[in-house]
Design a protein around this ligand. Structure first.
Ligand code: SF4
Length: 1012
C-alpha cells in the first residue's frame, strides 16, 4: 500500500489490526512492525486505544525488537541464558580495543590500505568501520564472503575489514556470550525460525496478520525475515505500507526499492495507492514537487494524491546571517503563539547538523521560546555533571578497598570546581589562604593543593570553614557516604554492592537534586544547564542499573571501566524531562512519522542540504551494498543515490507541516541557500534572485520595552505619545524596564559629597599616582572593587618580590626557593602554568644578574620593602619601596621591581610619578626604622618580566634636583591627593588604557557603558 505523506498510512495500519480483532482474531495474533522505536510506541498507543484491553505481547514493535523476541524464545527453548543486545557504545569499545591491540603489536592486525592507516586510531574511522561491518552483516555476508568480494572487486579495505569482522565476531562471542550485534539480530532470528520448527510454531505459528508501517525503511535483512515468516507460517496475511519518497534510514541500510519493487518475493498481492492527502493544496503541492526530484524506484501513483482542500501557507525566507535566521524564526514562533494562539507544542523546527541545531536552541531559549530537551550529543562519561561523579566513584572505590588513604590532589581540585563542588575561584582562594595560614601556624609546610585534598577527609574541620567551605563539605559528605555504601572490609567489596548503589548514595549525599530541580524549573540559561546536568546524572544512574542487570555480580569498577571506555553517545528511550508545552527541535529523521500545524525547516543551505558527500566513502560500505544488490555502481550512480536520499530527507521535513510551512536559509559571503528553496517556492520568471527578508525583532517584553524607549525620543509627537502610553501600561503591570524610575539615565547622583571632607587626610600610594593620572574614573571604580578578584600573574609578581627581598643571592639559590614556594600559588596543571613557570625562572635569572652588576657598580643594599610615610599638608604619601641601595659616597637610589610586560616610554621616565614619589620620600627623610641619608641620586625601574627585553632592563630617573622644576614630584603628589579626595572623577579615554580596562562596561566614554 503506497501513500504520500498524510494519506493515512498509519491509520490504515491501525485499522487493519483493529478490523482483524473485530473479526475475532486475538490481538497477539497480529504483528504491527514500525521503523523506529518511537514510531512503534506511537502505533502501540493508537492500537491499544482503538482495540482496548491488554495483550501478552506488544502490539507494535520494531523489526529488531521482534527479532530479539524470537532469539529470546529460542534461548528459552534451548535452556540457554537470555540473549542481550550490544549497544552502540559497546560495539565501539570492542572495535577500539581490537584496533589498539593491533597498533601496539599485541596481536597481528589486517593489512589496511596505506591511505587509511593514519586514520586508524580515530573515532571517525571506527564509525566507518562499524558501518562497513554492519552493512556486511545485514546483507548476510560472513567474513569469508566479504573477503571474496574484496578480492573480486580489488577492494583491499573489504579484505582487511573481513579479517576484522572475523576477529570482532570471535571477541564479542567470547567476551559477552549471548550478546548480539543489532545488525545481526534479524539474520539470526530468520535462521533460528528456519532451522527450528518448534520455535517457529511457538513464536509465529499463531500469527494471522503482519502489517509493516513505514516499509520504505526496511533493510534486506528485514525483508528476508518477512520471507521466512511467510514460509514457516504460510497462512499469515501481510500488508506493507509506506512511501518510497520518504525514506530517512537509508544511511543505516534502509532501501526504499524493497517496498517499491522487491516486496513481490513475499507474494503476489495487489498494490493499493491511497488517493487522498489530508494536507491543504498548497502544502500538498510543495511535497509533490519535492518528491518529483527523487528518482523513480517503482510505481509513482502515490505522488498524485488529492489535497483535502484549498489553503495552507508556505513561506521561503532568506536572511543575512545565522543569528538573523535564528532571531527571525524565534520572532515568527512567538508571533504565532502570542497573536494566533498556536500552542508551543503545535510547532516544530526541523534542522540538520549539530552546530545549527545548538545555535537555534540557544536563540530560541533566549527569546523565551520553550524548546524540547536536546538528544544526547556526548558520551555520558563526558557530560560535565557526570565526569566528577565517575571520578568520585574511583576515589571512593580506592579508599574503600584500602588502596589509598588519601584523595589524589588532582582529583580533589577537579572535584571542588566541578558542577558537584561548584566552588568559584574566589572561594577556592580564600580556602587556600585559610588552610595555609593554619598550616604555617602549626609549623607545617604542605602546599595549599595538598591541604585541600587532605581536608576533604577531615569532617571535623568542615564546619569551621564557614560559607567558603560549602564545596569541601559537599564533596567530603559524598566521599563518606560513598565509602560507606561500598560496605568493604579487608580489601573486598561488600556483598551485593553495585556501582548503582554507590552512585545513588553519593548523589543523595550531594543534596543537589532539590536545588538543581528548582533551577531547572526557573528556566533561563542556568535552568537549561541544570536541566541538562540532571538528565546526565539520571543517564549515568540508569546506565549503572542496566549494567547491574546485564552483568549481575560485576564489580563497581567493571562499570567504571565500561562507561569510561565509551566514545559514542548512547541511544536511550528512557524518560527525559517531559516535553510539555514546548516547540520540538528535531532532525528530519526524528520528525518522520509526526506532524505539526506549523513547521519551520531551517538552515537549508547549499552543501548541507543536500549534503552530497558520499557516505561510507572511506571503506566503501555503500559500494558494498550496491555490489551485493547488483545495482549499477560507479561514482555517478553513487552521487545520484546520495542526492535522491537527501531529497527524501527534505521531502520528509517539508511534509511535516499540516497548516503552515516556513523554509529559511542564509545568504552571506560564506553561505549560499540550497537549490531546494526554488523547488518549494519557484522564483517568478522575471526574477533572477530571491530578495532578503526583513528581520523583525523578537516579540519579547524586553525587545518591546527597548523599542518603546527608543520611540519616546522620536521626533514624531504621535509616536512619542503612543510610546509613553504603552510604557505606562507596561509599567503598571510591573514589566521590568518600563518604569522611568528604573532608567539609569534619569537617575540623579545619589550622593555628591566629596570622598573626603575638607579637613580629612588623604592617603596617596606612590603606585597609584600614574594610574590616577591616566584615567581618574578607572582609578575610582577599581578602588572600590571594579576589577574583580586577581589570580595568577600578580601572585607570581608577589612571589618574585618576596624572593628578591630576602637578600642578594645567586640564581641557583633563588631558583631553589622558587621551586619550594611555587606550589603555593595553586595554579592548575597545563601549558599556561608551565609557561608562567618559565617566565618566573627568567625573572629570577635577571634578578641574579642585576645583583652582580649592581654590586660591581659599587651599590650595596640598604633596605628592602622599607615602609615610607611623608605628610604634605593633608595629603599623606605612604607605601613601601622594593629596595634602597647606597654607595660609599652616601648617595641613595630607590629600585622598584617590575614583573609585567610593559614599560614606560624612555621620554616619560624623568617624570615617572612613582619614582618621583620615592625620591621625595628619600629627600623628606620619610622612612621608618631605616637610617636613610637624604641624598637621593635618582630612582629606577628594574624590569624583570617580559618588558626586560634583551638589552636594557633598568630605567633610571635622574635626581629631582636635576629637573627644571625640582618641585614637580611634590606638586604632583599633592595635586593628585586633592583630586582623589574630590567628588568628580573624569573618564579619560585612550587606546592604551581602555583596551584592558576592567570597568569599560560602567564607563560613559564607552558604548557598552553609556547604555547605563
Ligand atoms: S574605559 Fe577608558 S575612559 Fe573608561 S574608565 Fe576605563 S580607562 Fe577610563
Amino acid at each position: 500500500m503506497l501513500g504520500a505523506p498524510a494519506t493515512g498510512k498509519s491509520t490504515v495500519a491501525v485499522e487493519l489490526v483493529a478490523g482483524h480483532v473485530d473479526d475475532g482474531v486475538r490481538p497477539d495474533q497480529c504483528l504491527l512492525l514500525a521503523a523506529s522505536r518511537r514510531g512503534a510506541a506511537r502505533l502501540r498507543d493508537r492500537v491499544t486505544a482503538r482495540v482496548g484491553g491488554t495483550s501478552t505481547e506488544p502490539l507494535a514493535r520494531t523489526f529488531p525488537s521482534f527479532g530479539f523476541g524470537v532469539l529470546r524464545a529460542a534461548a528459552a527453548l534451548a535452556g540457554d541464558p537470555p540473549p542481550r543486545l550490544l549497544s552502540g557504545p559497546e560495539q565501539d569499545v570492542v572495535l577500539r580495543e581490537l584496533l589498539a591491540g593491533h597498533a601496539s603489536g599485541e596481536s597481528v592486525g589486517p593489512q589496511w590500505p596505506e591511505r587509511v592507516r593514519l586514520a586508524l586510531p580515530t573515532r571517525a574511522f571506527r564509525a566507518e568501520l562499524r558501518d562497513l561491518l554492519m552493512r556486511a552483516v545485514e546483507l548476510g555476508l560472513g567474513a569469508d564472503d566479504l573477503r571474496a568480494l574484496g578480492l573480486q572487486h580489488g577492494r583491499d579495505e573489504w579484505v582487511a575489514g573481513a579479517e576484522l569482522l572475523r576477529e570482532y565476531d570471535e571477541v564479542t562471542a567470547l567476551l559477552t556470550p549471548g550478546a548480539f550485534d543489532p545488525a545481526l539480530i534479524l539474520g539470526a532470528a530468520a535462521s533460528a525460525l528456519e532451522g527450528d520448527d518448534d520455535l517457529a510454531r511457538s513464536v509465529v505459528g499463531s500469527l494471522r496478520l503482519v502489517v509493516v508501517d513505514d516499509a520504505q525503511e526496511m533493510t534486506p535483512a528485514a525483508l528476508h525475515l518477512l520471507q521466512v515468516l511467510r514460509s514457516v507460517s504460510p497462512g499469515v496475511g501481510m500488508v506493507l505500507l509506506g512511501d518510497p519518497d520518504s525514506a530517512t534510514q537509508t544511511f543505516r541500510g534502509g532501501d526504499p526499492t524493497l517496498l517499491a519493487r522487491e516486496w513481490a518475493v513475499l507474494g503476489d498481492g495487489p498494490t493499493v495507492v491511497l488517493p487522498q492527502s489530508h494536507r491543504p493544496e498548497r502544502l500538498r503541492d510543495v511535497a509533490r514537487s519535492v518528491a518529483g526530484h527523487i528518482g523513480v524506484v517503482g510505481d509513482v501513483g502515490h505522488r498524485r494524491a488529492e489535497a483535502v482542500g484549498e489553503g495552507g501557507s508556505v513561506g521561503v525566507h532568506l536572511l543575512r546571517s545565522v543569528s538573523q535566521e535564528c532571531g527571525f524564526i524565534a520572532a515568527r514562533l512567538r508571533a504565532a503563539h502570542l497573536l494566533d494562539g498556536v500552542p508551543w507544542s503545535d510547532m516544530a523546527v526541523v534542522v540538520r547538523g549539530q552546530s545549527r541545531s545548538a545555535a537555534l536552541r540557544r536563540a530560541l531559549q533566549t527569546s523565551g521560546v520553550p524548546v524540547t530537551a536536546a538528544e544526547a550529543e556526548l558520551p555520558v562519561r563526558d557530560e560535565p555533571a557526570v565526569r566528577p561523579l565517575l571520578a568520585l566513584l574511583q576515589v571512593v572505590s580506592d579508599l574503600a578497598l584500602g588502596r589509598t588513604e588519601d584523595v589524589p590532589v588532582e582529583a580533589a581540585l577537579d572535584l571542588l570546581v566541578s558542577p558537584l563542588g561548584a566552588a568559584d575561584p574566589v572561594e577556592l582562594r580564600r580556602l587556600r589562604r585559610t588552610l595555609r595560614r593554619d598550616e604555617l601556624e602549626a609549623g607545617g609546610g604542605r602546599t595549599s593543593d595538598e591541604l585541600l585534598a587532605e581536608v576533604l577527609l577531615r569532617p571535623a574541620v568542615h564546619d569551621q570553614l564557614g560559607v567558603e567551605g560549602r564545596s569541601i563539605q559537599r564533596i567530603g559528605r559524598m566521599i563518606r557516604e560513598g565509602v560507606e555504601a561500598c560496605g568493604a572490609s579487608t580489601g573486598e567489596w561488600g556483598a551485593g554492592v553495585t556501582a548503582e548503589g554507590i552512585l545513588w548514595a553519593m548523589w543523595d549525599a550531594s543534596r543537589l537534586a532539590g536545588p538543581w530541580r528548582e533551577s531547572a524549573l526557573a528556566g533561563g540559561a542556568a535552568g537549561a544547564r541544570a536541566d541538562r546536568d540532571l538528565d546526565a546524572v539520571l543517564a549515568v544512574l540508569r546506565a549503572a542499573a542496566t549494567h547491574a542487570e546485564r552483568l549481575p555480580g560485576s564489580s563497581p569498577e567493571a562499570f567504571l571501566h565500561h562507561v569510561l571506555g565509551q566514545d559514542v553517545p548512547g541511544d536511550t528511550l528512557a524518560a527525559r524531562a517531559p516535553a510539555g508545552e514546548a516547540v520540538s527541535l528535531l532532525t528530519p529523521q526524528s520528525a518522520a512519522g509526526r506532524h505539526w500545524p506549523l513547521v519551520v525547516v531551517a538552515g537549508v543551505q547549499e552543501g548541507s542540504w543536500p549534503d552530497l558527500r558520499l557516505r561510507g566513502s572511506l571503506l566503501g560500505s555503500q559500494d558494498l551494498v550496491d555490489v551485493v544488490r547488483g545495482r549499477e555502481g560507479g561514482h555517478r550512480a553513487a552521487l545520484a543515490a546520495v542526492r535522491h536520499d537527501e531529497t527524501r530527507l527534505f521531502h520528509v521535513a517539508v511534509s511535516r507541516a499540516s497548516r503552515s510551512l516556513l523554509v529559511t536559509a542564509v545568504r552571506s559571503e560564506d553561505e549560499q541557500p540550497s537549490p531546494y528553496l526554488d523547488v518549494v517556492d519557484p522564483l517568478p520568471d522575471d526574477a533572477d534572485r530571491r530578495e532578503l527578508s526583513d528581520w523583525s525583532h523578537p516579540m519579547t517584553l524586553p525587545a518591546l520595552v527597548g523599542a518603546l524607549r527608543r520611540d519616546v525620543v522620536d521626533s514624531d509627537p504621535r509616536r512619542r505619545g503612543a510610546a509613553i502610553t504603552s510604557l505606562a501600561r507596561l509599567a503598571r503591570d510591573g514589566v521590568p524596564g518600563a518604569d522611568p524610575a528604573s532608567w539609569w539615565v534619569l537617575r540623579r547622583p545619589s550622593d555628591d559629597r566629596p570622598r573626603r571632607g575638607p579637613e580629612d587626610p588623604v592617603r596617596v600610594g606612590p603606585s597609584s599616582i600614574d594610574g590616577f593620572g591616566s584615567c581618574q574614573l578607572k582609578w575610582a571604580l577599581t578602588k572600590v572593587g571594579g576589577d574583580g578578584p586577581t589570580i595568577g600573574q600578580r601572585d607570581i609578581g608577589t612571589l618574585i618580590h618576596e624572593i628578591a627581598a630576602e637578600g642578594d643571592r645567586d640564581a641557583a639559590s633563588m631558583r631553589a626557593t622558587l621551586d619550594e614556594r611555587w606550589p603555593r600559588l595553586g595554579l592548575p596543571r597545563g601549558w599556561p602554568t608551565d609557561h608562567k613557570r618559565r617566565l618566573a625562572e627568567q625573572m629570577v635569572a635577571r634578578l641574579a644578574r642585576f645583583f652582580d652588576e649592581n654590586s660591581a657598580a659599587g651599590w650595596s643594599r640598604l633596605a628592602a620593602e622599607a615602609r615610607m610615610r611623608v605628610v604634605l599638608g593633608r595629603v599623606v604619601l605612604s607605601g613601601s619601596v622594593d629596595r634602597l641601595d647606597v654607595r660609599p659616597t652616601g648617595e641613595v637610589r630607590v629600585i622598584d621591581y617590575k614583573t609585567g610586560s610593559s614599560k614606560p616610554r624612555t621620554a616619560d621616565v624623568p617624570r615617572h610619578a612613582q619614582l618621583g614619589a620615592y625620591q621625595l620620600a628619600v629627600e623628606a627623610g620619610g622612612f621608618e626604622g631605616v637610617d636613610v641619608p637624604r641624598n637621593a641620586s635618582g630612582a629606577a625601574l628594574l624590569h624583570l618580566g617580559k618588558a626586560a627585553g634583551k638589552s636594557t632592563s633598568m630605567q633610571v630617573q635622574p635626581p629631582l634636583g636635576d629637573d627644571e622644576d625640582p618641585k614637580w614630584a611634590h606638586d604632583l603628589v599633592v595635586g593628585t591627593g586633592e583630586l582623589m579626595a574630590g567628588a568628580t572623577f573624569v573618564a579619560t579615554p585612550s587606546d592604551d588604557v581602555c583596551r584592558t580596562c576592567p570597568v569599560r562596561t560602567s564607563c560613559p566614554a564607552q558604548a557598552e557603558g553609556r547604555a547605563l
